[in-house]
Design a protein. Sequence first.
Length: 93
Amino acid sequence: MNLKKYSKNKLPGLKVELETLYEKLGYTVVYGKGSFKDGTCLIEKDKKVVINQYTPLDLQVDFMIEQLGKMNLANVYVLPVIRELIDDKRTLF
């Protein structure tokens, strides 16, 4: 993914926008400490995204974008910058 073009100052704002998008989709984003794979976890049945608070910010954002790429976003507004990141991530796989 091309997160490199985002400065460290812009990543927190991008993270907030991603959290808002997850909320629109009915998910709860939870931060805490954990020892799960890659420092992140998506729990479909509970509609929760669990992120290790100690995972670096760019990896948190990357995980959230990757998971959004697997979801149906047809009925929800996605900011163009986020849509571009999702599309970039999808083309990698």
